[in-house]
Design a protein around this ligand. Structure first.
Ligand code: HEM
Length: 140
């Protein structure tokens, strides 16, 4: 039994290692902001966390700016003539995410916490569409 655990632990570590090695600069930036987004979603309706939450938004906005400067890995598969439009669409959809955060920020500042929470549904759609349009989960 103990040997089985050791084997499983080694496999898990190995897989994590492969995954980390695999992650592109954009994937890394997104993973960082994903953590902050999850935390914000969890505590956004807590009035005692107002300052904390506004601080999280500052961090998320910085990550979004960083993401916007990077390119999806799929870009290398796009024909040269289509690249500018592909990248312009990518930046546009990242800007839409930033707009959702601007709405959340305004709502938190006005203590309209249910309104802030509702925006997370839109963010989930934006993430899903972004990942589909830019092949986040496909082999590159
Ligand atoms: C709105 C919330 C979003 C969250 C929380 C999010 C989160 C993530 C995470 C965690 C990864 C890493 C996946 C992994 O390797 O495990 C990732 C990758 C990626 N995301 Fe997002 N994402 C969001 C929105 C978007 C949008 C709007 C776009 C496109 C405009 C996008 C495009 C991508 C791409 C292309 C990758 C793969 C990295 C690469 O191609 O190099 N994401 N995202």
């Amino acid at each position: 039994m103990k040997r089985l655990f050791t084997l499983l632990a080694a496999l898990t570590l190995g897989l994590n290692f492969v995954h980390a090695e695999d992650e592109s600069p954009l994937g890394k930036a997104m993973s960082g902001f994903n953590k902050n987004q999850k935390l914000l979603k969890k505590q956004v309706t807590d009035p005692a966390k107002k300052a904390d939450n506004l601080q999280l938004i500052v961090k998320i906005k910085a990550s979004l700016e960083e993401c916007k400067k990077l390119e999806p890995s799929w870009t290398k598969k796009v024909p040269a003539a289509d690249k500018p439009a592909f990248l312009a669409k990518f930046k546009e959809q990242m800007d839409d995410v930033a707009k959702s955060y601007a709405t959340i920020e305004t709502a938190i500042k006005a203590d309209k916490l249910d309104e802030a929470k509702a925006v997370f549904e839109k963010l989930a759609d934006q993430k899903e569409k972004g990942h589909k349009d830019f092949h986040a989960d496909d082999d590159k």
